[in-house]
Design a protein around this ligand. Sequence first.
Ligand code: NAG
Ligand code: NAG
Ligand code: NAG
Ligand code: NAG
Ligand code: NAG
Ligand code: NAG
Ligand code: NAG
Length: 523
Amino acid sequence: SWTLRNTEINNKFILCFAALRIFLLVILFYSIFAISPDSCQVWFKLNSTTSLLKPATDHHRRHGFCTLEPLSPEDAEEERLLLESTAWPETPLLPSPLSLEETSDPAHSTFTILPGKEGRQWQIGDQLEVTINMCDFKGRPKKTGGDVLLARLHNLSLVAGVAGKVVDHLNGTYTAVFSLLWEGSAQVQVTLAHPSEAVTVLQRLNVEEPDRVYFKSIFRSGNLSQTTACNVCLRPTQQPQCNYTDVRTGEPWFCYKPQNLSCKARINHSVKRYDWNLVIVKSGPAGYYYEGVWHALGGSTVNQFNTVTITQCLKGKVVYMFGDSTVRQFFEYLNTELPNLKEFDLHNDRKAGPFISLDYTNNILVKYRFHGPPSRTAPVPISELRYMANELDGITGGSNTVVIFGIWAHFSNFPMEIYIRRVQNIRRAVVHMLDRAPDTLVIIRTGNPKELTLTVALTNSDWHSYQTNKVLRAMFNGLNVHFVNAWEMTLAHHLPHDLHPKPPIIKNMINVIMSYMCPQKGG
Ligand SMILES: *[C@@H]1O[C@H](CO)[C@@H](O)[C@H](O)[C@H]1NC(C)=O
Ligand SMILES: *[C@@H]1O[C@H](CO)[C@@H](O)[C@H](O)[C@H]1NC(C)=O
Ligand SMILES: *[C@@H]1O[C@H](CO)[C@@H](O)[C@H](O)[C@H]1NC(C)=O
Ligand SMILES: *[C@@H]1O[C@H](CO)[C@@H](O)[C@H](O)[C@H]1NC(C)=O
Ligand SMILES: *[C@@H]1O[C@H](CO)[C@@H](O)[C@H](O)[C@H]1NC(C)=O
Ligand SMILES: *[C@@H]1O[C@H](CO)[C@@H](O)[C@H](O)[C@H]1NC(C)=O
Ligand SMILES: CC(=O)N[C@H]1CO[C@H](CO)[C@@H](O)[C@@H]1O
């Protein structure tokens, strides 16, 4: 039976100072820019602060300076539904003149564990409910919702943990619901990832300043060389633009045209610098940790794999990995753990890839490739800048083919439409691949919560990742694909949230992947 007693529960509200500061710093950092020597940047950022305090016009609220190409009627309808399902509750406007006194403050906020049914002891299978009351810096109860709250029930000595589901009552009150899944005592943790006022700022930044993460390309021809700014969409200026919209997928990409070179002279893509620096419609958790081991709920079993059983499982297989650096972690894990798997050195950048590894004895091939722009990477040659959907079109597929992908972390500064359209293209390619080779195994890694420094909060917020996960889930619903629920696997673990989850979490993710590939193997 479940022996969680109220006396053993620490009502602990994690004072997530880093996250709390986001809002403050969004403002502060603009002031910092005022004294930066980079006058061009100062000009723009400073001006945008003032504009953020003004109410957005209807046109700007929705479109900013990006022109989105029309979609087919079906895709447009899907986009509308997805936007509706990820619509965040209305968040408070920023007060003008600016004051932080009325913003959500974890230090003044509290939560209460509600008594169990009929006052009896908690039992395994019960739902534990927690009421969260948010207050502002003056200690006054908040009247509106929209705070990004993460909830976890855990026990450090048992290395056990499960993510909670947070329900927003839109009046400053929230309920966190946890499934009780292991025997023993536990603690509740509630973390304020982003106050609702920060969501207001992030929402507007994604429409008005999607280019706050900026990219560049080098153009070269003969002895002429020039570098210009690139992005999914560019602010209209006097400067002509080069249109690199992908002919096959229609994925938009533009660079300002270099003055004395042609658009064809583009040779490199890289992130310039950003030095200023749910998941599911389904209810209930996807799984939980017990003694450090992830147990999946809802039918699938996660087996434990070691070097020998992973090699047995991969024997004769080709594994394609696509996506951002969080998928690269899987490639790195296999390379480190499997003694016979040897990387063939393609002399590529250690972060950008692409990479390839071979185990000749066991006939295993593992490949990794980034998901294409807007990849925030070190310079990559244009010849290696490929869209995932086009790469998938080039895979024959079959029972020995495994495709693992994850695409989320590099889209957080854009309106959600940009992400939806990318996933629509990827899904079309996945559907074609499963049509021609239904035996192909497709595994999708979701996004995860991360440490929220200022840069991360502004360019890769948990608020946005949470919604990309929701979109991803909804869009692949009903298709023969599997998920690694990285959101919950990171949230439920006691290790700190990290863009790149630490090895104990990756090991559990690998076990989830291997269990999809070889359900009968493992220890
Ligand atoms: C907020 O809404 C919930 C659900 O409707 C309700 O139970 C609760 O009493 C409300 N709280 C306040 C402070 O109004
Ligand atoms: C974890 O659970 C065990 C067994 O109920 C208990 O003895 C221990 O105090 C708990 N540890 C923490 C950190 O909650
Ligand atoms: C660049 O090359 C052209 C001919 O290819 C030559 O005339 C010119 O002097 C070169 N310019 C420089 C700066 O080297
Ligand atoms: C860019 O090119 C694509 C097709 O190649 C076209 O559909 C689109 O309208 C162009 N965009 C702009 C802004 O010129
Ligand atoms: C382009 O060429 C013109 C005329 O030769 C020159 O004045 C200008 O500086 C060049 N621009 C760049 C960016 O090299
Ligand atoms: C651009 O790419 C080329 C190879 O295409 C490479 O040699 C060069 O070092 C890259 N430039 C930068 C600045 O990284
Ligand atoms: C400080 C600063 O550069 N302000 C500029 C903001 O933008 C307006 C035009 O929209 C300029 O006139 C200001 O000089």
